[in-house]
Write a protein that binds this ligand. Structure first.
Ligand code: EPZ
Length: 427
């Protein structure tokens, strides 16, 4: 069992480059199956969710390989089945959008209910309702949705919640529908905006991009394209919080300031110095961390995916901070791990009350989910003594080169195997 061992207390200094966005890459890779030809994607992160998704694409008959120059080539000219492999689909959330994509290409599809981080119920009712309104017939049998449609027919859709995945799913189903589809109350995350630009680069006719109302004028088919995946604002935010909690001075290259506006605005409230540049963000902390309150919201509100590492930093703030999680119903499981490190956190329903403490101490902790793992790593960077982080499979889903990047910033960190009782065996 792998573990990450951190001896904290070292202020991070230096420059790192942030990689491609997991949430952008996964959505675009799924939609590449709409294109009966070659799609070339740049800046795709090498993370386990991408590896798994590419295995699903190959199972469906597509070619999916990284070229020597690092670009990902997907050739979906000849798909051989519209039945997605159940055991792979169940391991991640983004693969569910294959349902609308395969229905659009084949007229039939079978896709299992998705998996993903254990942070709440995560139903897919908005996806199903929208696909049915577009004309699909869907049946759930033993956890697998079986669907059929002659051709999607454009219509007016309304999302009761601005769901990122449902917005992307319904956009991709509407691309080659007959007629016009209007989707109201859309998500506006940067990855949803970039996804619409990807579809338009394939010949789709989408307008209203970046607003809450998207209009998709159906076309007969999409064409091959070459496209760039966004830098990952969530990885960038995690490194920024690592620099802030350790009182360091770090430049995160490629980070896009406008994608991180909610985070940077909140960080400024805590006394952290932020300097935005044309190709990155500089973060410095030279004073005490001030407490602040956070309420997660759909973009452009504070991102639910950074609530966890931000909470780690607030454990060392002067005063009491209140975090309210409005997007998921159980995204505080990681707080028990921070409590092992001496954090003073009380969770009541969708609210966590964090009372700052003078210091955190290293401890054996587990990743409860992807961003819960980011929280314990950020805390370990500042904690006195040794922190051993296990259950790394969660972190590996969304963080590329995490240990290498933190080591390059001066952190005393390494990744190692551990024996059955968690004692590290340094390989
Ligand atoms: C995407 O998940 C991201 N994942 C999540 O990031 C992110 O937290 C989320 O968007 C919100 O920004 C990927 O892109 C792979 P939603 P998604 O649909 O699309 C409820 C990470 O850490 N809902 O916007 O699944 C849902 O339960 C991951 O990188 C329904 O009720 O999120 C949640 O409470 C975690 N019915 C809320 O909406 C539906 O049909 C937001 O979900 C769909 C969603």
């Amino acid at each position: 069992m792998d573990s990450i061992i951190i001896n904290g207390g070292v202020p991070l200094h230096g420059v790192i480059e942030v990689g491609g966005s997991k949430n952008d890459a996964l959505a675009i890779i799924v939609a590449a199956l709409l294109v009966p030809g070659e799609t070339i994607l740049h800046n795709v992160p090498h993370i386990s969710d991408v590896v798994r998704l590419l295995d699903i694409l190959r199972h469906l008959g597509a070619r999916a390989d990284f070229r020597d120059d690092g670009a990902l080539l997907i050739d979906a000219s000849r798909l051989t089945t519209s039945e997605a492999p159940q055991e792979l689909v169940q391991q991640m959330r983004a693969s569910f959008n294959l349902l609308g994509v395969l229905l659009s290409r084949f007229g039939t599809a079978s896709v299992a209910m998705p998996g993903g981080c254990n942070i709440g119920a995560r139903p897919v009712n908005f996806h199903i309702k929208g696909l049915e309104q577009l004309g699909a017939t869907l049946q759930l049998d033993h956890g697998v949705y079986h669907g059929s449609v002659k051709r999607f027919t454009g219509t007016n859709l309304y999302l009761e919640f601005p769901s990122a995945g449902a917005t992307q799913h319904l956009m991709s189903a509407a691309c080659c529908a007959r007629g016009v589809t209007v989707i109201e109350n859309c998500a506006q995350e940067p990855e949803v905006v970039n996804f619409a630009h990807f579809l338009n680069s394939c010949g789709a006719q989408i307008t209203g991009i970046g607003t809450s109302t998207i209009v998709v004028k159906g076309v007969d088919s999409l064409r091959p394209t070459e496209f760039n995946v966004l830098p990952d604002r969530l990885q960038a935010g995690t490194y920024i919080l690592g620099a802030a909690i350790t009182g360091g001075d770090v430049i995160v290259r490629n980070a896009v300031a406008e994608h991180s506006r909610p985070l940077l605005s909140k960080l400024a409230e805590t006394g952290v110095e932020i300097t935005t540049m044309s190709n990155g963000i500089r973060v410095r902390r030279t004073s005490r961390i001030h407490s602040t309150d956070i309420r997660t919201l759909p973009h452009p509100g504070f991102p639910t995916d950074l609530q966890q590492p931000f909470a780690a930093m607030l454990c060392l703030a002067d005063g009491v901070s209140i975090l309210t999680e409005t997007v998921y119903e159980s995204r505080f499981r990681y707080t028990t791990e921070l409590q092992r490190m001496g954090a003073d956190i009380r969770v009541e329903g969708s609210t966590a009350v964090i009372t700052g403490v003078p210091q955190l101490t290293g401890a054996p902790v587990a990743c409860t989910d992807l961003r819960g793992g980011a929280a314990v790593v950020v805390a370990g960077l500042a904690a006195h003594g040794e922190t051993v982080v296990t259950e790394l499979e969660h972190l590996d889903r969304g963080y590329e080169d995490l240990v290498r990047n933190l080591k390059n910033l001066g952190a005393n960190i390494r990744r190692s195997n551990t024996d059955a009782v968690g004692r590290p065996i340094v390989v």
